[in-house]
Every structure is written in structure tokens, then in C-alpha cells.
Design a protein around this ligand. Structure first.
Ligand code: ADP
Ligand code: ZN
Ligand code: ZN
Length: 822
């Protein structure tokens, strides 16, 4: 029998802590169990046991006892812990960071976790007395409480299992806003009518309701619960929450709705739906697809990873479906990874028709309860499953993964930026599959250079699918030279070249659709005083503020800070303030003037902030309820439209010209992906690419769809400048409020690193955006040989960090690593 357990806490501290196992729990506590432990003053956490043993801990502190155990069987399955350990070690972070990212909040309750009461809950069987006590502790109008508050109120000593059991029944949830509640399929939401969405109009609104005190109070509550005047933040609130929090009645709300100040509308709140449809057979594969399918199986006989390079619309998804079916039939599980935004009803509908309730969807917009549900289904469910999920679904408790598909593998959103663990889901998936003895299929029309290089060098297999399904030919590419057109005064005061206008007109006249791509939201990236050159900048970040014309606001896209557009220049008092450059909002405005009859939709972070809004815009366009779709890169993600005749790329230069060694690769991928939205099925589409550098090699490669040329060109540069895939990048990010200390410490740090790693260490450098939210940033870049031993490099990095920690000034810095940064 073991006396001690090493556990990890959901904290970015040391990797492990040792606790004593009480005698009555000895036989229950095993690797992978969840236990409740106390840590720090009066705080408890859900911890995960990583080891049980008899070794007396070497510490001066008193060893505390495990307080209780949560599960009869471990909540983790092999090899999950080993996978976490790999992530912590490769991405140089703490196991606690990985633990935090891996488990849904509902599975890692701690004293500070907020528990929400579900007012719609009706018990179908009597609750246990302590469950009832917890629910009673909520009382009237109290919907949120922390676990430690509930503990105090109920006097229950061991409350976490009780809360966990109530969660299982749907009576409570955690850390969630009420709107993501439990049962209802649709809910009524309330937002400000756009006509009233400025501060002046708001003032008027308050004048209007001055005599109706209750309406006034409700309006105040509404403004408290939303950020209706800030275009970047939350704009809506559920009717239910609004009434509950304001304590006003529905009749009072109706008053405000009648005045037109507020609007209400129905909104879907989806959960895992039980799907009762008859299953369908997948489509039969075409000869080309069949051949590719066969080649993938051949690759899997020899290699762990296969890259499927198939042009948009070639039927990659069809091939996935056939592979998935085969793996499920052999009794193993499949994980199908997609970037966040690409998980739409389009793809889930397609999969559910074939796989029925074997399909589980794991999405970050899901409520925590739903995530716990998926987790438990995998832990306790029987039979093979297909999980369609975003990057964090690699952390689910799979028992036997036969295949991981990483679709759109080039997508940079597979890399987690913040907080730690800063992992790349594609690369981590390859390790995960290895641990399960499963295979990995990477799919893309424009593979990342990293993956393509691995295929070229034989590490991955490569299968190509160069033809579109159904004889669709690739779109015609037309270049419009903006500089020349402007010089000849053929593009005066407009964003559109004559050829693009002409093509759009033809498309609209024949009932076809148009997509316009501009990778900037807002009206203009900045405004400028024409007399003195003043440009408003964020008070907290080193960036200019984006102009949002509709709301008459300047918004910082880094921190959300918002101010009104000044009526005059604060420097020289000139009123001659003009926008510089253009974003999607301006495109929309111009289109309305050019094609007043066309139905236009815009898709960017401002209009498609929520999943429902996003799906509505896509759905309307799919059903041809809209004619022109204007958008940022959100529109480039694997969507399948049938009637798009024209794609306009309004400013290719803006995509290429930014200081990053991957800029050209990304610009190529984006332009190819956007172009792929046109001419599906049997119609040929047109892409008009507007640029002032028509002779730029990249533009030439895009028009010729010369993917391989682009790769060799970029590889030549990268090998010359010691970039990936030839070298591994590790960036040390240092941040501080105090730039002087930061500079001095960064310099010393780089010096010490150089003593150990020589000229592999570059910097410190100041990034182009040198501070965000008042934290100044410096970076030390390390270029490490691919063949170098990672554990050895990590040891060096850690020992240098220990040296730095001797200095008290160093404590003013926040420091983290970014391994394989994107
Ligand atoms: P990709 O994933 O490569 O972009 P998809 O698999 O989405 O391509 O295929 C594009 C379109 O062509 C989809 O609407 C799909 O249903 C259709 N399609 C592709 N292959 C077949 C097939 N073998 N039989 C019927 N329809 C197909
Ligand atoms: Zn000025
Ligand atoms: Zn800012």
C-alpha cells in the first residue's frame, strides 16, 4: 500500500506536489484519479494523481493529506498523462498548464469556481439531502456562487462530489453565462436597436423614458449587462437574464421594445442534439478519389502520417468519410480536427447523415456541461466513436484512436497562442496517434510548407488529388493593376477596378453571387489629420486605432479600448480628419452605392461574433438570400457554395507586405483558399486580383496556382536565413510594465543564453507592436538545429532561467517560451 501521491494542480507552478493518502483511500487513489486537495490558504483544488509511492518527501513543509477522492475509476485513460507530459516538455511549460487546458471546468472544480443554478431544472427523482441543501443555498434571485461560498452556506465538508452530481443532473453548471443554459433550443435575446447605438442617441433614449422609472431602470440594467455601445464586446443579453437581473417584468420590457429602443429576437442555443434520422451510405468515390484512397492506405502500411494535397472541391471530405467508416468498423475511434470556425452545420450535417449518434462534436463555443458530456461519453461509452472537434479535442479521453484527420492542416489557428500550453494541435496529434498506434491524415489544398517539406523528405507520405469533383475547372485569374489604373484615373475614389465592377455586374445580372475579400475589418485601419499628420493611437497598446464608421468609434483591435471619433484634431484643431486605407465596412458602403439593388452581407469579427450570427450569414448566402458576401479571412474556410461566379481580392498587397518569414506562404494560402470559393460544380468562376505589384513573383504564382514553385522559392529563402523547416524556432517572450528594467534584463538574458548557445541566439528584439495593454514586449529568438536534442536544449534554457531568477529586478518580468511559433 502506498502512502503518498504526487499530484498536479491546475496552476502554473511546480510540476508536482506530494500529499499523504489517508488510510481509507489507500486502495482507491491511483494514477489518473481526481482528488480534492488543499493548497495555499483555505483554497482547495481538484488535482490529478500522477504517481503513488512510499517515498518520504524531502521537504521542510508539513505534508498535507488528500481531502477526498472524486471518482471510483480514473478520469484519465492511458496514454493521456503521458501525452500531457510530452506537451509540457516539448512546449516548455508546466504540467499544470496542460491540465488546465485539457479538462473542462466542470471536471476541475476548485474553491473559486463559479457555480450557476439552472432555474429550468426539474428533478425527476427526489434529490439527496445534501444535493437539496446545495440547491437551497441558491435561494431566490441568486444564480451564481463560488464553490467556497456554497461550502460555507451549506456547512458541507465535502461539497465537490455533491456539486458534480448536481451537474450530472443538469441542475447546476459552472463558469457559464446563463444564456448557454441547459434545455431550451431557442431563447429570446435582447439588443439595442442600431439607431440608438451611439452615446448621443442613448442620452435621448434616457430622456424618452425619464418618466417611466421602471423602463429607465431596465435600460440601465441592460447597459450593465451588455456593452451595447462598444462594437467589439458583447451586444446582447437573453431576455431571461435581463429580467432576472433587473428584477423588472416582461411588460416593462415590452414598453422599451415598443419604443424601438431595444429589439428582441429568437436565437438558437444548440446542444448535443439527439438525432433521429435514417443513416445514409456515403457517396461512391470517383476513380480519382478511389485511387487517392488506395494510395493513402498504402502509405499507412509504411508510415504514420500521410499528407493529402487535394485542390478545393476535389472531394477530400468524401475520402475522409470512407476512411472514417473503415476505422470505425474495425472498432477503433477517429478524431476529425477542424479549425474552430470551419465546424459548421454544413459539415456536421454531412457527417451525421452517415455516422448518426457515433458522431460527437466538441466545440469551444459549447457550454461546459456539453463538454463534460462529451468527455463522459468517451470515458464510459461503448462502441467506436467519431469526434469532430477543435484543437483542444486532442485532450479528450480516447481509448483507442485508429485515425486522426487534421483537415485544413495549414490553418494557423491550430496553434494555441495564449495562454500556455502554446501547442500546435497538428503536431501534437501526430504524437498522440503514435501513442495509440494510430495513423494521421493531414488534408489541405494549400499544405503548410512545414508539412509539405516533411512529405518531400519522406517523413510523411504524400497523396495528391489535383482535379475537382464533377468536371469543375479551376477559376480564371485576372490581374488588375491598381497603381496603373489609378495613374490613368480609372480608379478614382473607388476600391473597385473597372474589370471587377464589370464581372460583378455580369454575375448579378445572371443571378449569380459574388464574394469580396478584404482582410481588415472596420471602415479604415486608421484615421489621419490631413493638416498635421496626427494619427490616433491606443492608450494601452502600440497600435493605431481602427475606425468603425457605423458606430462612429475608434477601436483598438488588440485590447478593445474604444473612444469616439474626435470632431477635430487634438494637436492642431483642424477638422480635416480622413480615413486611411479601407476595411470591410467601407467595402460594404461602396457596394451599396454601386449596386443598390444587390442584397449584401458582411462577415467579419464585428458581424459574426457569435456562432449563430456566423451560421446565419453563411446560411443566407448558401440559400441565395444574399448576392454579395464581403468578408475577412473568415470567408476563406472550407465552405462549399454553388453559385459564386466572381471572387474579388481587393488588396493583395496588404496580405503580402508584413514582416514575417511566413507572410508569403500565408498570403498564397489565403488567396488560393478564397479563390477556391468560386466555380464549384460545373461552372467556371472568375477571380479578380487587385494589386499594385502585378509582377511580384508571389502574385504570378497565385495566378498560375503554382503551389510547388511557391514552396521551392520559400524553402530556398528559409534555408538561407536559418528558418523552419530547416531550423527549430524557440522564442523567449519577456514582458514588463517597466521598459527600462525590461531592456536591461532582456539584454543580460540574451547574453547568458549566447554564452551557452552561441550565435543560435538572436536579440533581444522589440516586436513591431512593442506593447499591448501597457505591457512592453521583448523577444529573444533562438534558431536550433532540427537534429539537436530537445531535452538538452530545455535543460540549458531552464538553467539559464534559474540564473536570471537570482536577480530581484528579473521578478518584474513575465517570461514564457513559444516553441515553433506561428
Ligand atoms: P473538399 O473537401 O476537397 O473541398 P468536398 O469533399 O467538400 O471537397 O467535395 C466538394 C463537393 O463535391 C461536395 O459538395 C461533395 O458532396 C461533392 N462530391 C465530391 N465527391 C463526390 C462524389 N464522389 N460523389 C458525389 N458528390 C461528391
Ligand atoms: Zn492635426
Ligand atoms: Zn489597445
Amino acid at each position: 500500500m502506498s502512502t503518498y501521491a504526487d499530484v498536479i494542480l491546475p496552476l502554473p507552478l511546480e510540476n508536482q506536489y506530494t500529499y499523504r493518502i489517508p488510510a481509507d483511500l489507500e486502495s482507491l487513489v491511483v494514477r489518473g484519479s481526481r482528488v480534492i486537495v488543499h493548497f495555499g490558504k483555505k483554497r482547495f483544488y481538484t488535482a490529478i494523481v500522477v504517481d503513488v509511492h512510499d517515498r518520504q518527501p524531502q521537504t521542510d513543509y508539513e505534508v498535507k493529506e488528500i481531502f477526498s477522492i472524486l471518482d471510483a475509476t480514473p478520469i484519465l485513460r492511458r496514454p493521456q498523462l503521458r501525452f500531457w507530459e510530452w506537451i509540457a516538455s516539448y512546449y516548455i511549460c508546466k504540467l499544470g498548464d496542460v491540465y488546465k487546458a485539457a479538462l473542462p471546468s466542470g471536471l476541475k472544480l476548485e474553491s473559486e469556481t463559479t457555480v450557476t443554478y439552472n432555474p429550468d431544472y426539474e428533478a425527476d427523482a427526489p434529490l439527496k439531502p445534501n444535493e437539496q441543501a446545495v440547491l437551497d443555498a441558491f435561494g431566490r434571485n441568486v444564480v451564481k456562487q463560488t464553490v467556497s461560498d456554497l461550502e460555507k452556506k451549506t456547512g458541507l465538508r465535502n461539497i465537490v462530489p455533491v456539486i458534480a452530481s448536481l451537474m450530472g443532473k443538469g441542475a447546476v453548471g459552472v463558469n457559464e453565462e446563463l444564456k448557454q443554459g441547459f434545455v431550451p433550443k431557442t431563447q429570446t435575446y435582447v439588443r439595442l436597436h442600431p439607431d440608438w447605438a451611439t452615446e448621443d442617441r442613448m442620452q435621448e433614449a434616457f430622456d424618452v423614458v425619464k418618466r417611466a422609472k421602471k423602463q429607465e431602470q431596465l435600460l440601465v440594467s441592460f447597459l450593465d449587462l451588455t456593452h451595447a455601445l462598444n462594437p467589439v464586446l458583447k451586444q446582447e443579453v437573453s431576455k431571461k437574464e435581463l429580467l432576472e437581473k433587473s428584477g423588472q417584468s416582461a411588460a416593462i420590457l415590452d414598453g422599451l421594445l415598443k419604443r424601438g429602443i431595444l429589439q428582441s429576437y429568437e436565437k438558437e442555443v444548440s446542444r448535443l442534439q439527439t438525432r433521429m434520422c435514417r443513416l445514409e451510405e456515403p457517396h461512391a468515390l470517383t476513380d480519382e478519389q478511389q485511387a487517392a484512397y488506395g494510395k493513402i492506405l498504402d502509405v499507412f502500411a509504411e508510415k504514420e502520417v500521410c499528407l493529402l494535397h487535394g485542390v478545393t472541391s476535389s472531394g477530400k471530405t468524401e475520402i475522409y468519410i470512407h476512411l472514417i467508416r473503415q476505422v470505425l468498423r474495425s472498432g477503433r475511434q477517429v478524431l476529425y480536427l477542424l479549425p474552430e470556425i470551419a465546424i459548421t452545420t454544413q459539415i456536421t450535417d454531412r457527417l451525421v447523415k452517415i455516422f448518426g449518434d457515433q458522431l460527437l462534436v466538441y466545440h469551444s463555443k459549447f457550454s461546459d456541461n456539453e463538454r463534460v458530456e462529451v468527455w463522459n461519453k468517451l470515458l464510459h461509452g461503448k462502441g467506436p466513436m467519431l469526434v469532430l472537434g477543435v484543437r483542444s479535442s486532442i485532450f479528450l479521453p480516447f481509448s483507442s484512436l485508429g485515425l486522426i484527420i487534421v483537415d485544413e492542416e495549414h490553418e494557423t489557428t491550430y496553434k494555441q497562442q495564449d495562454p500556455a500550453p502554446r501547442y500546435h494541435a497538428r503536431n501534437a496529434a501526430i504524437i498522440l496517434a503514435q501513442m495509440h498506434g494510430g495513423k494521421v491524415l493531414l488534408g489541405s489544398a494549400t499544405p503548410s510548407i512545414d508539412s509539405y517539406f516533411n512529405a518531400m523528405t519522406g517523413k510523411f507520405g504524400l497523396v495528391e488529388l489535383p482535379v475537382r469533383y464533377g468536371a469543375a475547372s479551376p477559376p480564371e485569374m485576372i490581374l488588375a493593376n491598381i497603381r496603373e489604373l489609378k495613374r490613368r484615373k480609372q480608379m478614382k475614389d473607388t476600391l473597385f477596378s473597372p474589370i471587377l465592377i464589370e464581372k460583378m455586374r455580369q454575375a448579378l445580372e445572371s443571378g449569380q453571387q459574388v464574394i469580396l475579400f478584404q482582410n481588415r475589418r472596420g471602415f479604415a485601419p486608421m484615421i489621419e489629420c490631413k493638416d498635421c499628420g496626427w494619427i490616433p493611437r491606443c492608450q494601452h497598446c502600440d497600435v493605431s486605432m481602427t475606425y468603425h464608421k457605423f458606430h462612429q468609434k475608434l477601436v483598438c483591435h488588440y485590447c478593445g479600448f474604444t473612444v469616439r471619433v474626435p470632431s477635430e484634431c487634438p494637436e492642431c484643431h483642424s477638422v480635416n480628419i480622413r480615413p486611411l486605407g479601407f476595411g470591410t465596412e467601407k467595402v460594404e458602403e461602396e457596394i451599396a452605392l454601386l449596386f443598390p439593388a444587390a442584397r449584401v452581407a458582411r462577415m467579419d469579427l464585428d458581424t459574426a461574433r457569435t456562432r449563430t450570427a456566423y451560421e446565419r450569414i453563411i446560411g443566407d448566402f448558401e440559400k441565395q438570400k444574399t448576392d454579395i458576401l464581403i468578408g475577412t479571412q473568415m470567408i476563406s474556410k472550407g465552405l462549399d457554395f454553388s453559385h459564386v461566379a466572381v471572387v474579388g481580392i481587393l488588396n493583395a498587397d496588404g496580405l503580402m507586405n508584413y514582416p514575417d518569414f511566413r507572410a508569403h506562404e500565408r498570403a498564397f494560402q489565403l488567396m488560393m483558399q478564397v479563390s477556391g470559393r468560386t466555380g464549384r460544380r460545373d461552372k467556371q468562376g472568375v477571380v479578380v486580383l487587385q494589386t499594385s505589384q502585378p509582377d511580384h513573383p508571389l502574385i504570378q504564382m497565385v495566378t498560375q496556382r503554382a503551389y510547388k514553385e511557391m514552396v521551392s522559392w520559400q524553402l530556398a529563402e528559409r534555408s538561407m536565413f536559418r528558418y523552419p523547416p530547416y531550423y527549430r524556432l524557440i522564442i523567449l517572450v519577456l514582458r514588463s510594465k517597466n521598459p527600462t528594467v525590461l531592456d536591461e534584463q532582456s539584454r543580460q538574458y540574451a547574453e547568458r543564453l549566447r554564452r551557452r548557445l552561441g550565435d543560435r541566439v538572436l536579440g533581444p528584439v522589440t516586436p513591431p507592436v512593442s506593447y499591448i495593454q501597457l505591457l512592453h514586449i521583448r523577444k529573444i529568438v533562438m534558431k536550433i538545429e532540427i537534429a539537436a536534442s530537445i531535452p538538452q536544449v530545455r535543460d540549458i534554457l531552464e538553467s539559464v532561467q534559474q540564473e536570471m531568477k537570482q536577480s530581484t529586478e528579473f521578478r518584474q518580468l513575465l517570461v514564457h517560451y513559444d516553441v515553433d511559433p506561428l
